[in-house]
Each structure stands twice: as C-alpha cells, then as structure tokens.
Design a protein around this ligand. Structure first.
Ligand code: SAM
Length: 464
C-alpha cells in the first residue's frame, strides 16, 4: 500500500469525491514502464519487428508504448537502449511533445529539460532539422541531459545551463515553440518516487505555484508572436495547474488557451477548481489532465497557449565554416576510414581541442553561451583525431570493413558494454562497434584485438 501523505489524501478526496476511491486504488498499483521508440534512428514498425518486447500502444503517442506488466526483460539493460533506439519514458510524459507538435525546421526551446525525456522526444519529432535549444538551470543535472541527447543522436541542438530570465533577456520573442515542464510538487510521481512522497507538503505546493508563475513570465517573453507555449507539470494540485494558468492569462492578454490534441486518456482541465476573482474567466477545460485511474500513465497536466500576433520565423544563420585547418587532415582521414562518403563540407568549429559540427552559426548565441553546441565529433591531440562517443551514436552510415557489427543477443555485445576488449581481424585503427547495424561506441584495433573505448561511466556493471 502506497503511503501518500495524509493531507494529500484529504485534499484529493475533497477534489474527486466519489472518484477518489478509484484514484487511491490506482496509486496503490505499481507504475507502468513506458518506452518510446526513437524515430531518429528507427521506424516504429521496424523496431517492433526486431525487438521482441511485449508492447501496448500509448493512445496519444504513435511511437510510445507500455511494456506489458509480465515482460521478462530489463529494458534499461538492453544493447538497443545503449544504442539509443528507444528512450524509457513514463507514458504521460509522452503527451508533451505530442501536444506541442514540433515540426522539422522549427526553432524550439525546452526551458527545463533535464534529464531529457521530453527534449529527446522533441528532437525526434524535429527529425534533426531546425534548431532545438534545451536548457537546464541546475548545473549538476546538465551532464545527464548531454548524455541522453547524444544517445538518441540529436545533432541539431544547443544545450544550455542558464536561468530562464537570462535566456529571456538574450532571446526575446525568438522561438516558434517553448515548452516549460515546470518544477512542481510532483504528486503525479508518488507511485514512482518515495522522495516525492516524503518531500510533499501543502507549503511545497504553494511555493511551487509561486515559482511556476515566475518562470512562466520568462517563458512568455521567449515565444515569438504567433508562437506556442506549452506549460506542463506532473502534479494534481489545482494551485499549480489551472490556477497558475488563470493567473498567467490574467496578466498576459496576448496569450490564449488553445484546444489541443485529444485522445482517450487525455482528460479536460477543471475550471471549477479555480476559486476567487479568477473563477470562470478562462476556458480552462482546454487544459489537459492525465489521471492514473483513467489511463496507463502517471499524473500530468498541460496547457497549450498561443501568443497573439504574427511574426516571421527567426532566420537561423547557417554555418559556413568548413573544417578548420588543424583538423582537416586527421578528421577527413578518420571519416573516410570509418564512414561512407566524406565529412560534411560545412558546419565545423574547433573549441580548444574539441571538434564540433554546429547546427547554427555561433552568431545565434552571441549573448549567451551554450554548454554544448551541436555534435561533439571528437578531439585533436598532437594532430591526431580521437572520436567522441556522441559521434558513434549520431547515425552516420559506416563502412563494413571498419565496423564491428554485433547481434543484440550475442555475448560479445554484452562484453563490449561491460568494457571488455573483443577479438576481430582487420586493419589496425578506429572501429565503429555496432549492434545490429546501429552505432554503439568506439573501439581501436591493434593486431586483431579491438580495445574497448565505451565510456567508463556508461559501462554495464555486474555479471555478464
Ligand atoms: N523536462 C524534463 C524531462 O522530461 O526529463 C523534466 C524536468 S523536471 C519536471 C523540472 C526541471 O526544472 C528540473 O530539471 C529542475 O532542475 C528545473 N528547475 C528547478 N528550478 C527551476 C527554475 N527556477 N527555473 C527553471 N528550471 C528549474
């Protein structure tokens, strides 16, 4: 039995009345595991044909699935996960990108992005075209965001570690679409997280609501006229949901709630839960609520708003730079050894020893610097080139003679992920290690032995 805080139970009982019993019964059930196919790397049907996972569809997300409860697999410990063919994401969270509906070529901002569940979904829907800016204000959470964006093969991204207000100063009215997945009291995560249950209090709810209003102010400034703003929380509390949206709309007549995608399990917002002078002023039924007793997901709330007016999309400045002189020879030699074709003609930059492929000219971020810009390709040391792990995952097609393609179910694939060397005849030098044709990491062959370059921090632990 789940030990939700007593005051939380009283509040939900008062809100839900007769429905509260079903709600508490659902909270007592274990959470379902969601899996989203990463369409940057593989089509949904192809994935389903290859991966013998028992999957049930998520009604609001074509690429989203729920793992059947009796599934006898550890989805976080499968080579396809390491290769970025899917992302483990709770089903309700998949509604965010489905509602914001990002398109290839757009300029999109995820303002509170770590560890990257929703950001990687936005990246996939954008098909690596346009620019996705993902921000996380807490420095200690940025690393996981960088890793996850790399794993899914997102190349058209800037990763930021800035406050929303600093971004709003620098990039006023620049974005076609902004997502704010706000820090919240996380009631919707009670089934998944003992910490969320422990840390909850009514004071936290009110504190979160005040913070959400502040961050929304910055989010609003970043949206271009005619652009969209998606506000999301993973909590049930009306103070952080409909009431925040009502307060925001009262201060911002330039925004209006729009009717979003509907699908079974995407319920309406509750205007009747807003009290005081804001009651009845806005069509809050257009918000979206997901309830654990009415669908297979955890608790979530969304409000999709459009900014009045019409401004042309911000013209993304292209990167004209070819490979910097110092990198030209070693990068070209490496590329032509491992990948089919030559390195891209344009888009290159050198930051210290790091070689990057940029999605947009650095002029875009003159006012505020990213932590990671575009794809980190590798590093130059003494005119030698060493590929970065992100390049193995970026989806460039490789030459068979310098790839080591391992079947997903093989012991060799598991040994590689544990950090062990592998025997494989062939020419000495860098080798792209793959699982069923999908890049997994790097190895360096010397005399028929491929030395393991899978990053230490990602290696699988425990028995093979
Ligand atoms: N969107 C993420 C995902 O799908 O993986 C989850 C984001 S989580 C709900 C909220 C994030 O807001 C956290 O990463 C947290 O560090 C960040 N945050 C906390 N305080 C913030 C603030 N004042 N402004 C912006 N973001 C904040």
């Amino acid at each position: 039995m789940l030990m939700a805080p007593q005051r939380f139970r009283e509040r939900m009982q008062a809100l839900l009345g007769d429905e509260a019993e079903a709600f508490f019964a659902a909270l007592a059930q274990p959470p379902r595991i969601g899996l989203r196919v990463n369409t940057l790397k593989i089509a949904v049907d192809d994935f389903r044909a290859r991966a013998a996972f028992p999957l049930e569809p998520v009604p609001w997300c074509d690429e989203g699935f729920i793992l059947a409860p009796d599934a006898d697999i550890q989805p976080g410990k499968h080579p396809y996960h390491a290769a970025g063919l899917y992302y483990l994401q709770e089903p309700s969270a998949m509604a965010a990108a489905a509602l914001l509906d990002p398109q290839p070529g757009e300029l999109i901002l995820d303002l509170a992005a770590a560890p990257g569940g929703k950001a990687t979904h936005l990246a996939a829907r954008m098909e690596n075209e346009g620019l996705l800016v993902v921000n996380e204000v807490v420095r200690g959470r940025v690393h996981a965001l960088i890793e996850n964006m790399a794993r899914v093969g997102a190349r058209q991204a800037l990763i930021m570690n800035a406050s929303p207000s600093a971004l709003a100063e620098a990039w006023r009215e620049r974005f076609d679409k902004v997502m704010l997945d706000a820090p919240c009291s996380a009631e919707g995560m009670f089934r998944k997280s003992a910490a969320a249950r422990r840390e909850w209090s009514e004071a936290t709810v009110l504190g979160c609501a005040a913070r959400q209003i502040n961050i929304l102010e910055d989010a609003a400034r970043l949206v271009r006229p005619g652009g969209l703003l998606l506000y999301a929380t993973c909590t049930f509390a009306p103070e952080e949901n409909e009431a925040v949206v009502a307060r925001f709309l009262a201060q911002h007549p330039e925004f209006m709630l729009i009717e979003p995608l509907r699908a079974p399990g995407l319920d309406h917002g509750r205007p009747d839960w807003v009290e005081g002078d804001l009651a009845g002023r806005f069509p809050l039924e257009r918000c979206v609520r997901i309830w654990p007793h009415r669908s297979a997901g955890e608790g979530h709330f969304f409000a999709l708003m459009e900014k009045d007016g019409l401004a042309a999309a911000y013209p993304l400045p292209a990167v004209r730079r070819g490979l910097p002189k110092a990198a030209k020879k070693p990068v070209t030699a490496f590329w032509e050894r491992v990948f089919t074709g030559s390195p891209p003609q344009k888009g290159w930059a050198l930051y210290g020893q790091w070689v990057h492929l940029l999605p947009v000219s650095p002029g875009f971020w003159r006012e505020i610097k990213p932590t990671r810009a575009g794809l980190r390709v590798g590093k130059l040391t003494h005119h030698r080139f060493e590929p970065h792990h992100a390049l193995a995952l970026a989806g460039f097609s490789s030459r068979p003679e310098n790839s080591l393609n391992l079947p997903a179910e093989s012991e060799e694939a598991r040994r590689y992920l544990h950090g062990e060397p592998l025997a494989a005849a062939g020419e000495d030098g860098w080798v792209l290690v793959q699982v069923d044709g999908f890049g997994l990491g790097w190895g360096k062959r010397v005399g028929g032995v491929v030395k393991n370059h899978y990053p230490r921090g990602l290696r699988w632990q425990g028995p093979l």
